[in-house]
Design a protein around this ligand. Structure first.
Ligand code: BG6
Length: 499
């Protein structure tokens, strides 16, 4: 595909990045844009305006970005592609909390439009702390930057989208005063990962999977996103977030909805989003009584990761010594519809765990306890593992004769996955997401009603946790989480698969 050459004028645009000197821009956005240049996936007429408060010349800004690229780009930086990117890149200095400054930005963009032939189309990327989202959108509104006859404006908003249902609704209403729903792109970088996009392909392109993808054949589903990393320098944010807001409300619910959704009537954005939303709505009502037995919270204490000593969460910089924030959560839930009633979904996520991976395990039901199952006491169920990262691909376990013995039976492991360094929180997911936004394809972005349903689910867990006294820390860094998380499955005669 050669979109630099082939994109129509209507895809021409100026990408305005608020937070142009911030971490996200350095580590993810500029490397993603650079690789889109290499792959010729940017529109022919395209400019990038990085907005920042810092006093810098455009040349200084470009030098900073060049250095970041060398550190974070998946492709080696070569002069030819860098020059192409640099020719599109501009730095505009202003303090976005000062509403008077927006008029100047508008004039700057209008002038650039003429030079770069970008047709008045705008993509506004809010790569800033969430407390600034509403201010910036208001500034864009009062300066008339979002509505221009014959052109379009889109808004990209990073997570967290609110900190509970109430704040998310308030934020959404503010955004809707200025942008319509179809122009709002809420980033969940997990949806940019190859294997997450592959869930629908595997399910809906393979009769062998789709025909048994239900409660008659599936014993349980496990979604496990574990990290070796701790909170790093993000404790200011994480302390008020915790694992439920940070991972469950967004990434895990999105994965769950793709695993459990009904086949959409077609592959159009809204058909897919509607089916995903229905799954989130169908999660059983999780009352405090239910949560008492079905959720486990954890916080890491000190320990060892790959043999290296690491501090506990409460000893991390800027974390209060009595912090009650959860860095781990495990939960059992049910989806109350005809396809899934009775099949539990176990979800688990945590920081500073012994292994860092993202996987979906589908455990199939055992056959009746007769024939081989009775005589040979077969222990190993059929497992289908969708490996998201660091390995990417599909693993399947099935039973077969042990050819080294007379009549033994052994599980065989068929593994199509391979290690892929690009599947972590890397710029690659952003490449796909930015590319889709420029084309106006919102399929990989949660629609508001999905976010709303995810918050009403997460809120009930958050409220329960806030009223609960936890004995933290309750797992060592480098372990696989609190003992209670293992008991959660053991009570049901199951275990977490880690294969
Ligand atoms: C982010 C969370 O959304 O996802 C982080 O805020 C987390 O806390 C990260 O570390 C995990 O992403 P990935 O792609 O590295 O699994």
């Amino acid at each position: 595909m050669d979109l630099l050459e082939n994109m129509t004028d209507n895809l021409s645009a100026i990408l305005v990045i608020f937070g142009g000197t911030g971490d996200l821009t350095h580590r993810k956005l500029i490397p993603a844009l650079y690789n889109l240049v290499i792959d010729k996936l940017l529109p022919k007429n395209f400019s990038i305006v990085a907005v920042g408060r810092r006093n810098k010349t455009e040349e200084e800004y470009k030098s900073d970005m060049y250095r970041s690229l060398q550190e974070h780009s998946r492709n080696k930086v070569d002069e030819r592609h860098w020059r192409k990117l640099a020719s599109m890149l501009h730095y505009y200095q202003f303090d976005f909390t000062d509403l008077k400054g927006y008029e100047g930005l508008k004039n700057f963009l209008d002038t650039l439009d003429k030079e770069a032939n970008t047709g008045g189309n705008r993509v506004f990327y809010l790569a800033v702390a969430p407390e600034h989202f509403e201010t910036i959108v208001h500034g864009l509104h009062i300066s008339n930057m979002t509505k221009k006859h014959g052109s379009w404006s889109r808004l990209i908003i990073e997570k967290p989208f609110g900190k509970d249902l109430k704040t998310a609704r308030k934020l959404n209403n503010k955004l809707l005063e200025v942008f319509d729903e179809n122009s709002i792109y809420r980033i969940d970088h997990y949806l940019g990962k190859e294997m997450i996009q592959n869930i629908m392909v595997l399910r809906f392109c393979n009769s062998i999977f789709e025909s048994i993808w239900n409660n008659k054949f599936i014993d349980n589903v496990q979604i496990s996103l574990t990290e070796k990393l701790g909170v790093g320098n993000r404790s200011g944010y994480y302390e008020h977030s915790g694992a439920i807001r940070d991972m469950v409300q967004s990434h895990i619910i999105q994965i769950l909805s793709l695993v459990a959704m009904e086949p959409p009537i077609n592959l159009k954005t809204d058909s897919i989003r509607t089916e995903k939303q229905k799954v989130i709505e169908a999660i059983e009502d999780i009352t405090p009584g239910f949560l008492k037995n079905n959720v486990v919270f954890g916080q890491y204490g000190k320990g060892y990761i790959d043999g290296i000593p690491v501090p506990g969460y409460r000893e991390e910089p800027k974390v209060p010594a009595d912090s009650n924030t959860e860095t781990f959560v495990a939960l059992k839930l049910h989806i109350n519809n005809f396809r899934w009633a009775g099949t539990p979904f176990y979800i688990r996520t945590g920081k500073r765990m012994g292994s860092g991976s993202a996987e979906i395990v589908i455990q199939f039901k055992d056959l009746p306890n007769i024939l081989y199952f009775k005589d040979k006491e077969i222990q190993d169920p059929n497992l289908l593992v969708l490996r998201i990262q660091p390995n990417i691909g599909v693993f399947f376990q099935f039973n077969t004769k042990d050819f080294t013995t007379y009549d033994g039976i052994v599980p065989t492991k068929m593994d199509t996955s391979h290690f892929s360094a690009k599947q972590g929180n890397t710029p690659e997911a952003y490449e796909r997401l930015i590319y889709d936004i420029l084309r106006g394809d919102a399929t990989l972005f949660p629609r508001w009603d999905e976010v709303e349903a995810a918050w009403s689910f997460a809120d009930r867990i958050i409220q329960y946790r806030e009223n609960k006294i936890s004995q933290f820390p309750n797992y060592d860094a480098g372990s696989m989480g609190p003992v209670a998380a293992f008991e959660l499955l053991a009570r049901d005669g199951r275990k977490w698969w880690n294969i």
